[in-house]
Design a protein around this ligand. Sequence first.
Ligand SMILES: [Zn+2]
Length: 324
Amino acid sequence: MNTDISENLSAFLGQLAPITYLKPRVEANKRVAQPVYTQQGVTIVGLKTTTSRFLPVSHEGHGIETYVDKIELLGKRRAEFECRKLKGMERRSHMRFFRELTAIYGKQPWETYFEQHFDKACVIPNNLCIACWNCSLFGGMEAGKHAAQARIRFFDTYSVQEAEDCIAMESSEEGMGIGNQVYEDVNKVRGSETYHLYEYVKAGTVFPFITFIENPTVLDVTGYLAAIRRADVHGYGRYSANHGKFTTRVLSVATGFPRFSVLNMLTWAEQGDVEDHFTGADKELQVRYDHQPKSIILSLEEIEQLEGQLEPAFREYLRILQVS
Ligand SMILES: [Zn+2]
């Protein structure tokens, strides 16, 4: 094992599933991601802050108007960020990153590599291979034939700030955004047929998040951390080419199931002490995770060391795929 990692990180890595579990098995002449049942899990917790306009929209608007999802929760109206939207963006981001890594370390175009090792080029959402690392983590189905169970769990999240403060809407000072449906980023003369109004979550709005990975390998955890950083730049929500940029602060990576929820985090964020629940400095506030025999919680420095394990883990994955 790598020498520049702490004893605590080494114990954390010791609780993860081996990368060999990511090698697909063969089922009726088709490669399929194998089910992994180690009964272990890793929880990743953090705060996502918008750095641009963000449009969490899960419904059709009215006419030319688009509204941000809102919900009444813990005594406040808040912007709602549905987890299936989070999952969709992060899965795509993970796949782009995976292809990039494959091209670099596999030393051939990703499509060729995927065809050789997963039977086809995996395409989200309608032509999944259900054999690759991405399918093993996010799950998938092949029309009536094979399925891979998702190992990653997402939770809906909500703005810490009140809707009236964090959403630009008709009644707010800024008013709604004005956009062009089709040519959002092209300097064309706007015809009235494509002109529209949209509500948006303003920059500086905070959304706590919790992600849980079942039966994780080190590659899953490091790959997920890299995928969220990239998704932040790529954008979440509607019109993500221009909008929906975030910055993410990871507060905790630990083995085990969380004994707290996004709702707890909203309350802590409002009290202004959300970080104190994760640093370990205050034993009373420190969050707990359920894990047998013992949950290992990484420090921020150890999370950085963990991220450094991505490259060797990916090389190991490619090596395992070569072995017949
Ligand atoms: Zn796939």
